[in-house]
Design a protein around this ligand. Structure first.
Ligand SMILES: [Zn+2]
Length: 301
């Protein structure tokens, strides 16, 4: 009898434990879905940028947020709902999740040397802004970009040439400033960000329509290797999208009308004795000269 009682108690306990676990699992799943959906529903372009800037401030200070990767990973098994799409360079020093101090599932990241915009990259952008509904697209250049530096030096081998072709128009625009050396490189990096935004608008009617409808903003920004800070270069939204296109078209037209041969290489970039053909850094995403280019400290959208 005692044995039967004990078995009954054990089975009752097991049933209660099972019920408890089931309820917990249901609650956990509900919580996971709610948190993902809340992020998506609550986010505007301004809110998304503010979240990135708050994260960047944490990254700069070194006091980054605590992240429970196993917990977050489990939450995201059923799907993703990132709040921003970021296109940036493949440079190992510019990982968006780190410099914006964001968690798994927060940023839809597209990385390619020189943050250029070819059809494949553009397809990924459309996936982020149209399919995943991120309200903000960030085109993030960075100080001392090796790909842009190579484009200012001219000449490239192999498939790197396809990257240079995308960046060269920005270099031509930068040469209009008559800057040389690292100043020219930094100017070209900024112009490349603006040109990439123009290319997005020109080549993706899906993205352009989202901007025109006020569902998407595009921010051009630049990351400082020295300080870790991200600064805004330009912003395009429904209020200025038409104006932005005209400005960029005029810049490109001016640069093309005064074509400067790409083989002209500032002496202070090329080390003595090196051949122009070998002027591309072996590591295209290599470290470059430190820049003293001013960083716009206006971080608000
Ligand atoms: Zn780069």
């Amino acid at each position: 009898m005692k044995l039967v009682m004990n078995l009954t108690n054990i089975r009752l306990f097991e049933k209660m434990a099972l019920l408890s676990a089931t309820l917990c699992l249901a609650a956990c799943l509900a919580g996971a879905i709610a948190s993902v959906d809340e992020t998506k529903d609550a986010t505007t372009a301004d809110e998304a940028w503010n979240a990135l800037m708050e994260g960047n401030a944490r990254f700069v200070s070194g006091e980054v947020a605590e992240m429970d990767f196993p917990e977050r990973r489990a939450e995201l098994v059923s799907g993703q709902s990132p709040f921003v799409t970021v296109v940036t360079c493949s440079d190992s020093r510019v990982p968006p999740e780190h410099i914006f101090d964001q968690n798994l599932g927060d940023i839809f990241v597209i990385r390619v040397a020189g943050n250029v915009m070819d059809p494949v990259v553009l397809g990924s952008v459309e996936y982020g802004v149209e399919h995943l509904h991120t309200p903000l697209l960030v085109i993030l250049g960075h100080q001392s970009c090796g790909a842009v530096t190579a484009a200012t030096e001219g000449g490239a081998e192999g498939n790197i040439e396809s990257i240079m072709i995308e960046i060269e128009p920005a270099v031509e625009i930068a040469r209009e400033t008559n800057k040389t050396g690292s100043d020219l490189v930094e100017e070209a990096i900024d112009d490349n960000v603006e040109l990439v935004i123009k290319n997005v608008l020109d080549r993706s009617h899906i993205t352009k329509e989202l901007v025109e409808e006020g569902k998407l903003a595009i921010l051009g920004a630049k990351y400082s290797l020295e300080t870790g800070e991200v600064a805004v270069l330009t912003k395009v939204d429904s209020t200025n999208v038409a104006e932005m296109e005209v400005e960029e078209e005029e810049k490109v037209a001016t640069a093309e009308s005064e074509e400067t041969p790409m083989t002209v290489i500032p002496e202070d970039i090329i080390p003595e004795g090196s051949e122009p053909e070998s002027s591309i850094p072996e590591d295209v995403i290599s470290e470059g000269e430190a820049s003293d280019a001013p960083i716009d400290d206006s971080l608000n959208v």
